[in-house]
Design a protein around this ligand. Structure first.
Ligand code: MRU
Length: 370
């Protein structure tokens, strides 16, 4: 998507040196646009763990490139496989909730198994990383097309009056390689001339909504308003939200949705107010092995300092300030699980389905025997 009129993906291979992976370092947005060079698997692991890159699709793409960098610097002899196995575990250990991470690493392991020499394995890993990134782009574009139909229908029903969409966290193009999942239908509708407006949950404590979603919508001139996290219910009670669209880090084959902490409360409020609640996801975010999301999806816990301190621009510099008594405890669960019964539908690259096993498998029949 565009930044100051120039097209960017969130991660790419350096044009002149294919041993360098470049990515937008999201820690500095919206205040500074910084591109980071990633040269080793360790650098990629740090970038994922410390959220220079974040969002399920992008974490998967970064892990794909991380495996390629590992192959590039692995000993080109009998030690190759052991080095790759250590690298894959290192990447998988960076963040627990987004299933795209393990999905991408496993895809690389399978692909490299088919090649014989280390040199061939490097080629395969390079191709596979690029394929993971490109399939993310294609899927998100298709999600945009399917989701557009939902927004179009609401716009017709409202006789062209503004369609108000509420989203939580950032499931925009910054969370993927391009387009985004939850925001892809919004961009598609906006480009089609439909009058849309997005309520952007700020998404404490990391503020992915106010710092990332707001920034990317602004880059594309999509009308939006940032709201404190607790406002959504009030807006819904007063007819100010037409549809909720969020992303997901992992969705079970039964339709339970893990997404950024606070999503569950939005789903409850939407359910109570009869507002459609949709989840947009590429198939790489389905977990085909987990049945009960609440019991089985691992929920990331991050440091208390993310709750106690807030970061922002102060006199032209990015600074951290303490918000709480220094000695107070704080807890920081990164995600929660919205049970399938609260989800109106799932927008995937193959179409829209209900959040239940039967409907999901009707779109992905090849998964029936998993
Ligand atoms: O902790 P993050 O920023 O990596 O969390 C990811 C999110 O932004 C999500 O909750 C999002 O909606 C799903 S990722 C497409």
């Amino acid at each position: 998507m565009n930044v100051n009129g120039k097209h960017y993906r969130t991660i790419w291979v350096n044009e002149t040196d294919p041993r360098v992976i470049q990515a937008i370092d999201q820690r500095f947005l919206p205040h500074k646009f910084v591109i980071e060079d990633l040269r080793t698997v360790d650098a990629v692991a740090v970038a994922i763990r410390d959220m220079h890159v974040r969002g399920a699709g992008l974490i998967g793409a970064a892990a794909g490139y991380g495996m390629y960098l590992a192959a590039l610097y692995a000993p080109q002899d009998d030690g190759f496989d052991e080095y790759i196995s250590i690298a894959s575990n290192k990447l998988k250990a960076t963040r627990p909730t987004a299933v795209n991470l393990a999905w991408a690493v496993d895809k690389q392991l399978e692909a490299m198994k088919e090649a014989e020499t280390p040199e061939q394995k490097i080629h395969v890993a390079f191709d596979t990383a690029n394929k993971i990134a490109s399939s993310d782009v294609t899927s998100c574009k298709q999600i945009g097309e399917y989701g557009l139909a939902l927004i179009e229908a609401i716009s017709k029903q409202k006789q062209g009056k503004t369609v108000h969409i509420l989203t939580h966290c950032n499931a925009g193009w910054l969370a993927f390689v391009d387009y985004g999942s939850a925001t892809a239908p919004v961009y598609a509708a906006f480009e089609k001339g439909i009058d849309v407006h997005v309520w952007v949950d700020e998404t404490r404590p990391r503020n992915q909504g106010s710092s990332l979603t707001a920034w990317e919508l602004g880059q594309h001139k999509v009308p939006h308003t940032i709201i404190p996290d607790n406002v959504g219910g009030h807006l819904m009670q007063h007819g100010m939200v037409d549809i909720v669209i969020v992303g997901t880090d992992r969705t079970t084959y039964t339709g339970d949705v893990a997404n950024k902490i606070g999503t569950y409360l939005k789903a409850l409020a939407a359910f109570d107010n009869h507002i459609p609640f949709y989840v947009a996801l590429p198939s790489s975010s389905f977990d085909w092995n987990i049945k009960d999301g609440i019991k089985e999806i691992p929920i990331e816990e991050r440091g208390a300092e993310e709750v106690k301190y807030m970061e922002g621009l102060c006199d032209g510099e990015i600074k951290k300030i303490l918000l709480t008594p220094a000695e107070s405890n704080a807890t920081n669960f990164g995600f929660d699980v919205t049970p399938a019964r609260l989800v109106t539908g799932l927008i995937t690259e193959r179409g829209i389905c209900k959040a239940n096993k039967e409907s999901i498998l009707s779109l992905f029949p090849e998964r029936k025997n998993d």
